[in-house]
Ligand binder design. Structure first.
Ligand code: ADP
Ligand code: MG
Ligand code: MG
Length: 509
């Protein structure tokens, strides 16, 4: 353990120190795009360019080195695992059948796959920009107590905050070199072990690898990458960092942002056996690009499919020759139900995809925590009993098959929530043991105000993988940097964009 844990950290700040640090952080965040768009405000000038600082901690949070290393070391195995699950159509079908009665969204996604399968997929390559999320678990049953990274969830679609996380590491490094040593209770930069974080480059390298692997346009068009976006996206600068980095390739790769709601308007599918996806520049329809890679930062939740046009657009993309990041099958592989089945206690399911012969795979096995089905199997019935008992339920979180935060039901709210759901649909949820990390304190700067106190940190490790869906062969498999999100310890959810959490970086201890 370093002196970070023995001394007072983060140090108390005098009022002038606070004011100075706040000003410095505000300037740095705006100058370096550690920013989000503010919520819509009818009184604001509609022509104004608006950005506000993303909420951040004043100091990097202490984070156990063993858990950080564990997360990094297992990432390539996780990439492999999820590529393998995406290729196992039967496994995904079984999962869909378990949940689709209570979850129309998952059923609809599966239908897209079935339709394209009938016609025949023309693009064997599949791209994943993944993020595996963890919290620190303290095992007090071992002597001395050990710390373990336990997986919260695995994201296979729209894994966000890569751009902002690299900037947050940059902010804390900057403060460590300039401001922290000047504090009354100074922390010199040597005391802080701040690992390098090159998430933007890492994620861009995945997209660039897919672009290259796509090959030249047989139709003679210039090629491009399309970022599929949501209308009114506030986390736009996070996406921009990645976009500008992809463009940096030599030769440069054109990237266009396309709202999901406009896919059918601005793209078409070539009338060829390959079904190339063509993008017409809205401002100059004579300019036609062939889309090599389509990166989804939309389409992960029912809100993006308000009517049948949304599903038509998703089918249109899925049946095209563009490399999808992700495919429908990979999106389905990222459901909490799949995570629960993989976490089956004897780990026999996991063993089908990953042998535990390598040290990295052995570490991966250790990241699982207890997750139970809510179906009518013996363990499902046992889980139902726990979920309905107000006292027992305190140890759990109930999750539907949804992404993007704000969908879970926590602790004492579980029994009454379940009573509002028809029992035959309970199987579309999973019950997960709550991970309770050791206490950490820090101060969050949000909307110019400070919130000091106990915080809970969630580590995300990014991974990129490009594989052949037919052969399973991976053309690119990398670990791609990390994210640390921190929330007040009174809050259940950790979403930064949703306003619960904030950006942070690790100071390894
Ligand atoms: P989503 O896909 O919506 O992000 P998550 O499974 O990540 O869903 O849950 C959202 C948040 O809920 C997490 O960021 C975390 O703060 C909290 N959470 C989820 N699962 C657990 C758990 N097992 N223990 C503690 N907190 C959890
Ligand atoms: Mg998620
Ligand atoms: Mg999450």
């Amino acid at each position: 353990m370093s002196s970070l844990t023995s001394g007072v950290y983060p140090p108390p700040l005098s009022s002038p120190e606070q004011t100075h640090l706040i000003t410095t952080i505000k300037d740095w965040t705006i100058a370096n795009g550690l920013t989000i768009r503010p919520p819509p405000n009818p009184k604001a000038d509609p022509n104004a360019v608006t950005a506000v600082s993303a909420p951040v901690t004043l100091f990097p949070s202490p984070f156990p080195r063993v858990c950080f290393e564990q997360g990094r070391v297992v990432q390539q195995s996780y990439n492999e695992l999820y590529a393998a699950v995406s290729r196992d159509e039967k496994f995904i079908e079984d999962m869909v059948n378990e949940v689709k009665d209570g979850d129309d969204f998952i059923g609809q996604l599966w239908n897209i796959h079935l339709k394209v399968k009938e016609e025949g997929y023309t693009q064997p390559l599949s791209l994943g920009l993944f993020r595996s999320d963890y919290m620190v678990h303290q095992d007090c049953t071992s002597e001395p107590p050990t710390l373990q990274a336990k997986q919260v969830e695995f994201n296979t679609i729209a894994s966000s905050f890569g751009g902002l996380s690299q900037q947050t590491s940059g902010l804390h490094k900057f403060l460590a070199n300039t401001e922290y040593p000047l504090l009354e209770k100074n922390i010199s930069s040597i005391l802080l072990d701040l690992p390098e974080n090159k998430t933007t480059q890492g994620l861009a390298a995945g997209i660039q690898a897919a672009y290259t692997a796509y090959g030249d346009s047989e139709l003679g068009h210039p090629r491009c990458v399309v970022f599929l976006t949501q209308d009114g996206e506030r986390n736009v600068f996070d996406q921009r960092h990645l976009e500008y980095q992809v463009l940096q390739a030599k030769p440069a790769i054109p990237v266009f942002r396309l709202p999901f709601s406009e896919v059918l308007q601005h793209t078409s599918i070539a009338d060829t056996p390959k079904r190339q996806l063509l993008y017409k520049l809205p401002r100059n329809p004579d300019k036609v690009y062939e889309v090599a890679v389509i990166y989804l930062r939309a389409g992960y939740g029912p809100g993006d499919y308000p009517d049948s046009k949304g599903w038509e657009a998703r089918l249109h993309l899925e049946r095209s020759h563009a490399i999808r990041c992700p495919t429908v099958l990979t999106q389905l592989a990222g459901t909490k139900k799949v995570q629960q089945v993989l976490a089956t206690p004897d780990l026999s399911v996991l063993a089908k995809y990953i042998n535990n012969k390598t040290p990295a795979a052995q570490e991966l096995w250790k990241t699982f925590t207890n997750i139970y089905p809510m179906d009518t199997s013996p363990s499902g019935l046992e889980a139902r009993k726990k979920a309905l008992d107000p006292q027992e339920a305190e140890k759990y979180v109930l999750k539907p098959q949804r992404e993007g935060g704000g969908n879970n039901i926590y602790r004492g709210s579980i029994p009454s929530f379940l009573k509002t759901v028809p029992e035959e649909h309970w199987g579309s949820y999973i019950l997960m043991e709550l991970i309770t990390p050791p206490p950490v304190t820090n101060t969050i700067l949000r909307n110019g105000a400070l919130e000091a106190g106990g915080v809970i940190c969630e580590l995300g490790v990014y991974g990129t993988c490009l594989w052949d869906q037919n052969s399973g062969k991976a053309k690119h498999n990398e670990q791609a940097g990390y994210l640390l999100r921190t929330k007040g310890d009174k809050s259940e959810e950790g979403g930064v964009a949703a306003g619960y959490g904030c950006m942070d970086s690790v100071a390894l201890v």
